[in-house]
Design a protein. Structure first.
Lengths: 108, 119
């Protein structure tokens, strides 16, 4: 089955740029989606289809996907961006959804 | 306003059964695929199951295949997850989520319902 690999944690200074990666075999050929989850809350979609932002998501959130790595970029990081972030793809070979293990973002 | 409200969670003994429900409102439920996703305490998101818009097609994670059954009642705008032969490792918050057509990502999630499997 398809696997997605994320770093356990990423730290970023307040106001700087955070990059969270999601690795998978030829992930560039798939649509990658990203979710933000704060403690005690349900996940929120922040990027869909690699680089598209749902309405209400700040422009500071962007995404890219190529080769074996997809990346979520958070510009001008704010304290409120501290959360767990998950990447997700559809695995057509199993007709199922795959999530990455999640990355905890800390804003210093 | 789109709303998804799960119910039916609780404490159940190993080997027992539970049925979760997800009441949908604020959108045309019968037009959307729906999913169940779970999250064990302190762990990451894990996809459980999905069902297409008319209920004719389903798929499951290997970990629940043969034990869980997803279904829906479009007349009642409700999604279900029948969970049988429950194990300790099924302990988690269970979320229902709406699928974005042709995108296979989730734009709306419920607040989750906690299932605890313990003797």
């Amino acid at each position: 089955s398809y696997e997605l690999t994320q770093p356990l944690s990423v730290s970023v200074a307040l106001g700087q740029t955070a990059r969270i990666t999601c690795g998978g075999n030829n992930i560039g050929s798939k649509n990658v989606h990203w979710y933000q989850q704060k403690p005690g809350q349900a996940p929120v979609l922040v990027i869909y289809r690699d680089s598209n932002r749902p309405s209400g998501i700040p422009e500071r959130f962007s995404g890219s996907n190529s080769g074996n790595t997809a990346t979520l970029t958070i510009s001008r990081a704010q304290a409120g961006d501290e959360a767990d972030y998950y990447c997700q793809v559809w695995d057509s070979s199993t007709a199922g959804v795959v999530f990455g293990g999640g990355t905890k973002l800390t804003v210093l | 306003e789109v709303q998804l409200v799960e119910s039916g969670g609780g404490l159940v003994q190993p080997g027992g059964s539970l049925r979760l429900s997800c009441a949908a409102s604020g959108f045309t439920f019968s037009s959307y695929w729906m999913h169940w996703v779970r999250q064990a305490p302190g762990k990451g998101l894990v996809w459980v199951s999905r069902i297409n818009s008319d209920g004719s097609s389903t798929s499951y994670a290997d970990s629940v295949k043969g034990r869980f059954t997803i279904s829906r009642d479009n007349a009642k705008n409700t999604l279900y997850l029948q969970m049988n032969s429950l194990r300790a490792e099924d302990t988690a918050v269970y979320y229902c989520a709406r699928d974005i057509p042709l995108v296979s990502s989730f734009d709306y999630w419920g607040q989750g319902t906690l299932v605890t499997v313990s003797s």
